[in-house]
Ligand binder design. Structure first.
Ligand SMILES: O=C(O)/C=C/C(=O)CC(=O)CC(=O)O
Ligand SMILES: [Ca+2]
Ligand SMILES: [Mg+2]
Length: 408
């Protein structure tokens, strides 16, 4: 009996010859209790993880070498034709009885950061989020800055503090200044927040001076994961002018352990919102063959209680536009570059992807069963999950990203 893949919920379609055709097949890196020092590439299939290098070797695959590594980077660097060939092979292998010995129960493995992060950039591409944050942080000025509808605003983050889901997040300390206080004080943040985001992982690098046009997005982007851009709002609001977020966001950024291949999200593509004014030609995606948006529905829980359901389809700037912008000055891409969408917030109050917006900077606490919540307390656990439509009425369940706050 083929395993039911919880990433592809049982539903209409997805059947061939009476057996499910696996579709999602996300990549991760795992160890087993017997060999805790040996990190291996795994593909999730149902409630099991396929050791793909061992399977590839046993089956005489020409791709065995590229899978014999403790990270996904060599596979990611190999480029789209190889990604497609490996994905197509794995799709076949998971139906072979011969691979039984190479499948490990998911609850027996430890998952690790699946790739070595090269550079990390974070965008600010939800109009609803940017408008709300503008109103909260800069009540005197216009909600959106004058450049916002002309380019996807972003900042470069700290690649070395990107951690895998499940890693505890230590409450950061820093400078903060209350509005009515003459100077700053130092101490643990009192306004620790989350940001629910979707992130894109670069596989194929680019050369100096080369721009990545919108159409080349699938040639460079290996896959997609969920991301929590933990943010200390008091540190951030005191430090961020004029150069943007710095220590308020650099202490930890969590990613899901499973990387969904970009091709697995074909059925989730949707048209982005209409852009007005029209962007400059390198960002104008109206003539692109594939719509640039993705219909990914996020959910954020705090201590198991759902606090938000942000819709990724409402993002103003798409990931392809973000990548085109990131490289338009000739900056190179490296294998392992990670770029995140920015906080995903929809138009409705329960669709806001951070506590800053959900509680209007603490002025409107959330009523949770465990008590009222403004910002995060020590011991709180936050989980971001998401799903997207798959082929023929199925669902793709993305790997979730979770983290618990520990005292400073
Ligand atoms: O408007 C600001 O000053 C800052 C907003 C952010 O928190 C930056 C950020 O991480 C962007 C995002 O996630 O959308
Ligand atoms: Ca962010
Ligand atoms: Mg961060």
């Amino acid at each position: 009996m083929p395993q039911q893949d919880p990433f592809d919920l049982a539903g209409a379609g997805g059947q061939a010859g009476g057996e499910r055709v696996p579709h999602h097949l996300p990549y991760g890196v795992f160890t087993t209790p017997d060999e805790p020092g040996r990190r291996r590439i795994g593909v999730r299939h149902g409630d099991r993880v396929l050791d793909v290098h061992t399977a590839a070797t046993a089956l005489g695959s020409p791709h065995a070498d590229i899978l014999a590594h403790p990270t996904l980077n060599p596979l990611m660097a190999a480029g789209r034709p190889v990604w497609q060939a490996v994905r197509s092979s794995v799709t076949t292998w998971v139906g072979y009885p011969a691979i039984e010995p190479f499948l490990h129960p998911l609850d027996r493995v430890t998952l690790h950061l699946p790739f070595e992060v090269a550079d990390y950039a974070d965008f600010y591409s939800s109009e609803h989020h940017a408008t709300n944050v503008g109103r909260i942080f800069r009540p005197q000025g216009a909600a959106l800055p004058p450049n916002w509808k002309h380019l996807p605003i972003g900042y470069h983050g700290r690649a070395g503090t990107v951690v895998v889901s499940g890693t505890p997040v230590i409450r950061p300390a820093g400078q903060r200044r209350a509005a009515d206080s003459p100077g700053p004080v130092f101490g643990p943040t009192q306004r620790l927040d989350i940001e629910a985001e979707v992130a894109f992982v670069v596989g194929t690098p680019s050369r100096p001076g080369e721009r990545v046009p919108l159409a080349d997005f699938p040639e460079h982007v290996f896959g997609v994961c969920l991301l929590n851009d933990w943010s200390a709002r008091d540190i951030q609001s005191w430090e961020y002018l004029p150069l943007g977020p710095f220590l308020g966001k650099s202490f930890a950024t969590s990613v899901s352990p499973w990387i969904t291949p970009l091709d697995a999200l074909d059925a989730a593509r949707v048209a982005p919102p209409v852009r007005d004014p029209e962007p400059l030609p390198y960002l104008d995606d109206r003539a692109e063959p594939e719509p640039g948006g993705f219909d990914i529905r996020l959910a954020v829980t705090v201590n198991g209680h759902t606090v938000a359901e942000p819709p990724f389809s409402t993002m103003y700037w798409t990931a392809a536009q973000q990548l085109a912008h990131l490289t338009v000055n000739g900056a190179t891409l490296r294998t392992g570059d990670l770029f995140a969408s920015g906080t995903v917030s929809g138009p409705e109050p329960h669709q806001r992807g951070c506590l800053l917006e959900l509680t209007w900077d603490g002025r409107e606490p959330l009523d949770l069963p465990g008590g009222k919540r403004t910002y995060l307390e020590d011991g709180d656990e936050v989980t971001i999950s998401g799903w997207a439509p798959g082929p023929e009425g199925t669902r793709i369940i993305l790997g979730e990203v979770t983290g618990r706050v520990v005292a400073a």
